[in-house]
Design a protein around this ligand. Structure first.
Ligand code: UDP
Length: 347
């Protein structure tokens, strides 16, 4: 399945690439959401520069884009001085900052790098936006609400975040990135948008990503033990990736006051046990379910209030979990099947 088969048209894109041919920069563009975003922008006719350090990305996500004349891949880490291929590009029109490991096991594997990506990396990109006049969009996260006491989470809620626990490198890193982004806006140094992304799933997730949707599906497909952390009564609200990309582009292109963050996510809330049941319906002959310890600081519940996105962007998600999950499982079946066949051939 190619990227375009999994995506709705990017209806939120109101820029005209013919009128404004300056390139769009997508950092983290080889990752899960970033690769879908690159495809949507390239399909809309933009020149796209993808910058990625390939830390958690799947380079194969970019295969369908590689030969397109309006797509350029640059390997580099936003923590370091930005590569000349980016800084010397003709003035940019948009910068989407999607660069950061987002799965708890992966962002906790190198917490220092996670924090630096959000603070130093975001600063490099904001300065680039200031210099080029590009509009800057930060992909922030529902993690800024921590283990929330307010439900559903509305943007005005300030969150309940531990700054001492293992999630802090990501949660506090994103909170610092937001603070810096809003300071650039207040000081009129850059025009900004901030999206708070809630749990997103779909094709192009890494099979070893460690997040619940990829874990449960891949474990079921390969007959391994299925790991449910805790008793599975904790909740999440899952957004299909095409809805997310449409929301990010709509936010970037909107005329809203950039000093307000916007939740982008699907408000349909499920317990992990309900998600498990749906996966088991899709994948026959799965292995046994094992309950593993609940990770430290794991939020008990999460659900976005998307009133602001609906009001100011006219955006709502379109793909319910019942539709998105089978598309995702089908994609993983091809991925994991291919990997298994390769392993068998090598033995
Ligand atoms: N989870 C689980 N089994 C797994 C991976 C995650 O039960 O194999 C749980 C995790 O503890 C959390 C929820 O699923 O309660 C969502 O976890 P994920 O890592 O996908 O994202 P988070 O929302 O915690 O960042």
């Amino acid at each position: 399945m190619t990227v375009s088969q999994t995506e709705a048209a990017p209806a939120g894109d109101r820029t005209d690439p013919a009128a404004d041919p300056r390139p769009v920069l997508v950092t983290g563009g080889a990752g899960f959401i970033g690769s879908h975003l690159c495809r949507a922008l390239s399909d809309a006719g933009h020149r796209v520069i993808c910058l990625d350090n390939l830390q958690t990305a799947r380079p194969s996500n970019l295969k369908p884009l590689e030969d397109l004349p309006n797509f350029t891949f640059v390997e580099g880490d936003i923590v370091n001085p930005l590569p000349a291929a980016v800084t010397e590009a003709a003035n940019l029109t948009r910068i989407y900052n999607c660069a950061c490991a987002a799965s708890p096991p992966q962002y906790q594997a190198d917490p220092e790098h996670t924090m630096l990506t959000n603070v130093v990396g975001t600063n490099h990109l904001l300065r680039l936006a200031e210099r080029t006049g590009a509009r800057f969009l930060l992909t922030s996260t529902s993690e800024v609400y921590g283990d929330p006491e307010v439900h559903p989470q509305v943007e005005g809620y300030r969150g309940w975040v531990s700054c001492t626990g293992p999630r802090a490198c990501y949660d506090e890193g994103k909170r610092a990135a937001e603070a810096m982004t809003f300071d650039f806006a207040r000081m009129k140094r850059a025009e900004v948008r901030v999206a708070r992304i809630f749990n997103t799933y779909g094709p192009h997730m890494h099979p070893d990503d460690g997040r619940v949707v990829s874990n449960l599906i891949c474990q079921a497909l390969t007959g391994r033990d299925i790991t449910v952390h805790g008793d599975g009564t904790q909740t999440r609200s899952f957004c299909y990736v095409s809805d997310m990309v449409r929301g990010l582009i709509a936010l970037m292109e909107s005329d809203i006051d950039g000093t307000e963050p916007v939740n982008i996510g699907n408000p349909d809330e499920f317990t992990i046990n309900e998600l498990l049941d749906m996966v088991l319906e899709l994948v026959p002959n799965a292995g046994k379910v094992v309950n593993t310890p609940l990770p430290q600081d794991d939020p008990r519940r999460r659900r976005p209030d998307i009133s602001r996105a609906q009001d100011v962007l006219g955006w709502s998600p379109r793909v319910p979990l019942r539709e998105g999950l089978p598309m995702t499982a089908e994609w993983f079946a091809e991925e994991v099947g291919a990997e298994l066949r390769l392993r068998e051939a090598a033995e």
